[in-house]
Design a protein around this ligand. Structure first.
Ligand code: UT7
Length: 329
């Protein structure tokens, strides 16, 4: 019988960045050797990115997820066997199938037969995953969820395309959500508009044993920029209204870390002071579904985010997809 839980609550966070830290200058030097021109000045001025991390050639998304998950499990102080739901948000899975979540369950040594699946909502993936896990827990279907955003975007970057390859990085972030009588996730809002699918896509597919179409990321940066600024404000307001809060109640804004200009514009529109926004894009680059849980973990571990505070997370990305959650930490 379904048990009635009022809330799902964050009881632990974790994150992982691969060892290879590549500064803008490192990247500019590498690209120059193949005749592609860029500069630290351009990247910083247009995006706020100073460095990103790239996975080692043999490092998979599930491995990055494993490191972040172990940290989150340790922070939560739970037995991994108590995790009855694993959701991995990723657009760079290890395989077409099985899902990265199933691979992660096995790597964690979990034998309880709990549910495990991936969510594919690109850079909104973590917002989608939190909303999904929260619904499952509040509905009584599950009690303890491991929710992960993990990406190896470096694998789908075309290093001859300077308009995209300087923007993205690899990494993983994880949270444990558990059923609780105390407030946790207060509200969520998710949206998609598939008519904009072509402005940000990796349109290749596997057919008869070969990849058909391009397996590289393609983006119309300006179109994405304009849409992102518009929907991020709208979805934040929607999630706040659902939680019966205003932007003034938000202690920390954690937007998807794609571009400091988009992030600052969103914060200004919402009237959230910039010092209340968690910014990791400078050191992480855009890690797609991993960017929000990475930033969350950084701000939890450095003591900025404290118990009882309100955190607004919001993502936007390919699909086109967007979503937000208000969380009482
Ligand atoms: O995670 C999903 C969400 N993704 C995003 O939110 C990304 C949204 N878009 C953006 O962040 C920005 O549009 C970009 C950072 C991608 C680009 O910034 P922009 O201010 O829109 O630049 P632009 O595309 O208008 O390009 C300006 C100039 C162009 O040269 P011309 O035509 O003015 O001569 C580009 O060719 O900058 C040039 N350019 C570069 N120059 C040096 C483009 N990429 C580079 C580069 N290095 N890496």
């Amino acid at each position: 019988m379904a048990q009635s839980n009022l809330y799902s609550r964050v009881i632990g966070t974790g994150s992982y960045l691969p060892a290879d830290r590549v500064t803008n200058q490192d990247l500019a030097d590498r690209l120059a050797r193949q005749g592609v021109e860029t500069s630290d000045e351009w990247i910083v001025a247009r995006t706020g990115i100073h460095a990103r991390h790239f996975a080692a050639p043999d490092q998979t998304t599930s491995e990055l997820a494993l490191h972040a998950s172990r940290q989150a499990i340790e922070a939560a102080g739970i037995d991994p066997e108590s995790i009855d739901l694993i959701i991995v948000a990723t657009s760079t899975p290890d395989f077409v199938f099985p899902s990265t979540a199933c691979l992660l369950q096995n790597k964690l040594g979990i034998k309880n037969g709990g549910a495990a699946f991936d969510i594919q909502a690109v850079c909104s993936g973590f917002a989608y995953a939190v909303a999904t896990a929260d619904s499952f827990i509040r509905g009584g279907m599950n009690r303890t969820a491991l929710v992960v955003g993990a990406e190896t975007f470096s694998r789908i970057l075309d290093f001859n395309d300077r308009t995209t390859c300087v923007l993205f990085g690899d990494g993983a972030g994880a949270v444990i959500l558990q059923a609780s009588d105390e407030p946790g996730v207060l509200s969520s809002a998710l949206h998609a508009d598939g008519s904009h699918s072509s402005i940000l896509c990796t349109p290749g597919n596997v057919n008869k044993g070969v990849i058909e179409g391009s397996a590289f990321l393609h983006m119309d940066g300006q179109a994405v920029f304009k849409l992102a600024v518009k929907v991020l404000e709208k979805v934040a307001v929607e999630a706040l209204e659902k939680a019966r809060l205003t932007a003034g109640d938000i202690d920390w804004l954690i937007p998807h870390q794609a571009n400091i200009r988009i992030m600052e514009s969103t914060a200004k529109k919402l009237h959230v002071p910039l010092e209340r926004m968690v910014v990791t894009v400078g050191e992480h680059g855009n890690t797609s579904a991993a960017s929000i849980p990475l930033a969350l973990d950084v701000a939890v571990r450095d003591g900025r985010i404290k118990r009882g505070q309100h955190v607004l997370i919001e993502g936007v990305g390919g699909g086109f997809t967007w979503g937000a959650s208000v969380i009482r930490y």
